[in-house]
Design a protein. Structure first.
Length: 257
């Protein structure tokens, strides 16, 4: 499994769907469930696996004090390729990105530049390694990177179930410490030296911590957090709104914080 750099860090507000409803915030006690039982229910709810996917999007990028917005078109063929066309307010395409299973192609029409490379070259140039499978899972609002054969810890938080990959507890604490928000209840941050030692051990194991927030009635995922301890990178993807039954409950508002 590759790291969280697999995600394109954009805020996608999918305008192709005309109706939707915010994901409910539940504040009630939940019955305890094992990780295996929660995953069983998640797999039952995850029935949408289209081969072809097309959407229009409004994209907002927050660049630390300033923000930019533009429109985009997204087309995807499962396990084959994803194509993204970026169009600013003037309505003229300025950039195009093609992600395949083993390569990335980018055309910057505004600056008359292009890039073509495999996964290794992409990581070297941009520090990111887009992963087609993970990106397509995000588009469909599924549990990005979830392996049903693995074991996960089960917790409850703010009216939702939370699954956490069963890395060593100190790795999970380290993931919390380097994440933008700390959500582990009753947790104390590691000291700086202990955190450094833990990250060195994580590098030996290629440790990646996955966390999933699951709505307890539909058992659909509302949030996915992936922390790559080795590369000090975090993806925090939130499915903030889904369409109704007409849109097969696909996400129409996705935010990557």
């Amino acid at each position: 499994m590759k790291g969280p750099a697999a995600l394109i860090t954009l805020v996608l507000l999918f305008a192709s769907c005309k109706s939707g409803r915010p994901l409910p915030l539940l504040h009630r006690d939940l019955p305890a469930r094992s990780g295996d039982r929660i995953i069983e229910r998640m797999l039952v709810a995850d029935t949408i696996h289209p081969r072809y996917y097309t959407a229009k999007a409004n994209v907002d990028i927050d660049m630390g004090g300033s923000s930019r917005g533009f429109k985009a078109q997204v087309k995807s063929v499962r396990d084959s390729a994803a194509w993204i066309s970026i169009v600013p307010a003037l309505g003229i395409e300025v950039a195009r990105i093609l992600i395949t299973t083993d390569s990335v192609k980018m055309l910057d029409k505004l600056h008359d530049q292009y890039f073509l490379g495999d996964s290794a070259r992409t990581r070297k140039k941009f520090g990111l390694q887009p992963d087609l499978t993970l990106f397509q899972q995000a588009l469909l609002g599924t549990a990005i990177g979830l392996d049903p054969q693995e074991k996960y810890r089960s917790d409850r938080e703010d009216g939702q179930y939370v699954l956490t990959s069963k890395e060593r507890r100190k790795f999970i604490r380290a993931a919390e410490d380097i994440s933008p928000g700390d959500t582990l209840a009753h947790d104390r941050d590691m000291g700086e030296r202990r955190l450094e030692r833990t990250l060195r051990k994580a590098e030996e194991r290629e440790a990646i911590v996955f966390r999933y927030w699951v709505e307890p009635e539909s058992f659909r995922v509302t949030r996915v957090q992936i922390v790559d301890l080795v590369r000090d990178q975090t993806a925090d993807v939130r499915y903030e709104e889904r369409g109704g039954i007409e849109q097969a409950y696909l996400p129409i508002r996705i935010q990557d914080r």
